[in-house]
Design a protein around this ligand. Sequence first.
Ligand code: ADP
Length: 868
Amino acid sequence: MSPMMQHYLEIKKQYSDYIVFYRLGDFYEMFFEDAKIVSKELELVLTGRDCGEDERAPMCGIPYHACDVYIGRLVEKGYKVVVCEQMETPAQAQGNIVRRDIVRIVTPGTLTDGKLLDESKNNYLCALNIYGLTAACAFCDISRAMIELTTVNGSDEDELFQSIINELSLFKPSEVIINAPGERVARLTDFLSQNEKCSITASAGEYFIPDQALIKNQFPDECFPEGFSISGTDGGACAAIIRYISETQKTSVPEITEICAYGSESFMSIDASTRRNLELCETLRTKERRGSLLWVLDKTKTSPGARLMRKFIEQPLVNCRAVQLRQGAVAEFFSHTILRDDVRAALSGAQDLERLFTKVQYGTSNARDLIAIKQTLSIFPKLEALLCDTSASELSSMYNSLRTELGEKLGALYDFIDRAITDDPPFLVREGGLIKKGFNSDVDELRSMVTESREYLSQIESQEKELTGIKGLKIGYTKVFGYYIEITKSNIPLVPDRYIRKQTLTNCERFITRELKDMESRILGANDKSIGLEYELYLSAVENVKSYADAIFSAAGILAKTDVYAALAEVALKNNYVCPEVDYSDLIELKNSRHPVVEKFTNDYFVPNDVSLDCGRNRTMIITGPNMAGKSTYMRQVALIVLMAQIGSFVPAEEARIGICDRLFTRIGASDDLSSGSSTFMVEMNEVAYILKHATKKSLIIYDEIGRGTSTYDGMSIARAVLEYTTGKKLGAKTMFATHYHELSELENSIDGVKNYNIAAKKRGDSVTFLRKIVRGSADDSYGIEVAQLAGVPAEVIRRARQILKKLEEENANTPVQKTEAVIPEISLFDSAKNILAEELKSIDVNTLTPIEAMGKLYELTKKAKEL
Ligand code: ADP
């Protein structure tokens, strides 16, 4: 192998799971497997290079100046890139191999360049520290200077896996580092690579080793969340985040100032499939934002606002007071149109303060970023003035901090940048022109030397024209030759002896004189000095800006919150929402409620509906009705309204009272998860199992069809047993249960708290009209054939279906079993009659029965036994 190739392989060995961009002249080249991957992903030509062996090494390359675009595209696809740069020119290397070194490491979770990031989303790096049946999950968006930490447990492998997935689907990290090797990682890796766009570094054990000194050095004031253990799994996860960011950003102490614990007690818990089913931030099928709740609510004006809105939706609160604080702010903007409009107008000029500042912190900013920060800072005095008369405590506390210390700091930072940096600085920071006049006297002096000398040059030009009599004489400049006097060929005979020839071109010749050379060294000297000094001043300005970290983060927080509150008010007003009464009661009472998203798509009128749920007599709604009647819409609308209320938003209803729910569960639809080897029915049952294990009395559960993926009796038995369990004393959660098993309506008579509802539809001749109105009682018909007809199933098939249905109905009408089912469905639902009787006998507590009750029970059991 050639020495260069040996060096390349050494680097590749160190960064085996990265794509190595290896600088060769004007190109970054990739070799071997990297070349194959990149040529495929970026559609580049795959060539080969002689590397000293028999076979040529596969190679592909990109021009060095366009590398950002290619890196961006690779990172977006989940790859990690290291850039290995030439540290000297071939001339400097004097025949030896050119010295090269790693100058940049780019990974999806540690990006600081705003251009490569989606501005409406936080970009998270996650460290998963799994030990036994416990996993510490640490998430960090590098631009927020904070680690968000939680610990999840499972009673077995499956439960632990599900809990981890729930956290991952909350933050949707773009990169995960995992400690443990083995099967667990394989399962997570499988899930992540199939479900999310995510880069995974598995078996990254060395990052996770707990280290007291590392953590204490990073957080000198040791202000840790309660129960945090530096040497435990949580300390290890935080250490991994710190080490990984240090490595990729090439800094010893990354700019992370806080570890913030979150857990089920702070937010409504929503599992991964419920998040997907409710289409909170993207639609289920197409994964688009349009059609999601976020799409309806996110009318923010700034990127930090958009990110916070997403976070609000992803993490609804469970603390009533906290919800009311947000509501207060929204209500104030809702009722004061001028205030809202003015605030929103002021915010529209804001740039992404957090991400601009991250560039400053990690040394990748330029002077234009400082100007963007300055422009955004100019908004705060306006905000302060606007928030001055607000009464909602969320808004007035923001006003108070802007009015006092924070406002002063922001003002001082604004003044500093305004004094130091020119208003329209160049993109590059090493070529001068960034420091404002008057900021530093040395720069001013050097600059005036340059300007004066330039004026003097034009004097020399006129003087030489006069002395030589050459009218076309002119003074010019090139980087290679410096200043010169240019004379056209026809005037060469007039050139005096003191001119020294430097260069011959086709039509002219270029000369220098002693005087010109002197002037040149004065100009270039002053210019170089001034550029160098400007760069130094820029770096110290950056250091100064960095020292305002706390103020900047607080300011960014105020900006984002104001933006979200004003946007929620705007949405509430435009869409005719009402402020819900939120408390710790068990109630969900909605009058004329609507689905926030579906109402945007219905061409004709969206029919509003009422809801009344509690933990007592109205604990469970069994909802029947034909397909397409609106059952799913109705149930999802209740779930979304509860969620909206708990993020502090107004809700689409005429009146709303909502008791805080701790968890939200949905079992909706079914899709085969073939990648994990699960059938539709298995997925369904997994979800049911999860709900039954995790729901509490304070939860809201939505079941949209249960037991459809198996035989009728099987399915109906499961559906009923699940419903009994959910409604029963042990759990007793608020439940909405849509089903086509009309037999389940019987439960209204046997279980207290169950109420039958149906979504009204009217049959007219052979067709059906959907009224979309929820009414008490069970539906009398499924109208399946009518819906099939509406969907365009051929008339011949519809006719035949009607014949078959009629026949089946006639047959069933004559079967006595059918009648029994309707009266005592629990018996006929099971295969083994003996088991049922045995179960029933076992459940009787003889000591609590009166003699009369005992007689009654005995009679009932013998009757059942005879019928079986
Ligand atoms: P189901 O679950 O009963 O099969 P869906 O909830 O899927 O029915 O509703 C079918 C369609 O009916 C929805 O896509 C929507 O367009 C419309 N729809 C549902 N509820 C309403 C309503 N309250 N007002 C107007 N249109 C509705």
